[in-house]
Design a protein. Sequence first.
Length: 185
Amino acid sequence: MSKITKVNQLENPKFIQPVELIYTQNNQEKKWEAIISYDSVAILLWHKQKDSFILVKQLRPAVLHMQEDGYMYELCAGIIDKDISLAQIAKEEVLEECGYDIPVQNLHYLTSFFTSVGTTGAKQSFFYGEIDEDMHVSDGGGIHDEEIEVIYLKTSEAKKFMFDESFQKTPGMMMAFYWWFDNKR
């Protein structure tokens, strides 16, 4: 069982930067606390032979800090921390997290949107890709100390899953499912 054992203030963060923003709105100076963070990509993967979405399940300590269970069901995703195309970053994330070597040309950019707008305002670029077992080259699971579980969610169970509150999930994943049902089925 995972649990938070201590909370420290960050002195030299690697991935985020807490800041105080001072801005003017209607000629009045205001302040807002925010976090400068990386933009990201997220990929909705649909497995042709399994008629399933491929999701990842991983511990999110920020959720664990606020909830009893910090494990989240999410789309395959990753931060934009390299000077390469968004599609190439998406391809690398699919390989690292899910174990599929999907060709860049099979990743279709759909749209982008902003996440956590009350705190970060980071932009997420959304891709869609269809995969099959010929692309399966490893177990996935992430790199370094990541512990990512690859989940196959049957397409027929996705709508029920979206509204089952016993599964902690991200709104981007739910939006992706809506897109898929509206555009692919």
